[in-house]
Ligand binder design. Sequence first.
Ligand SMILES: [Zn+2]
Length: 111
Amino acid sequence: MSSYAPANTVKYCDFCSGIMSAETTTCPHCLALQTGAGGPGESDKLRFPAFMLAIIFGVFGAHRFYVGKTGSAIVQLCTLGGLGIWAMVDCIIIASGGFTDGNGKRIIRWT
Ligand SMILES: [Zn+2]
């Protein structure tokens, strides 16, 4: 019904300058992921290498070393990725975009 949107509920695409809701992370016009959307909560680490490391070397905690979670990476290394279960769970979390780096920032970008 309402066609009027207060200024603080919209933002503009980083790439095509299209208008969108402030909560949106992907531009509805050009489908670009908004770099500003995650703000300080978005990691500069990438999902694709983290995911591949988790798949191939997950039991050695390689993906956790990659994202800077050294402490839990060493635990994972010593327990063989929680006998594979912990590593497998990490794979799923990384793929879903819920994984965070050593600074607690979410790893959102694939490449
Ligand atoms: Zn756009």
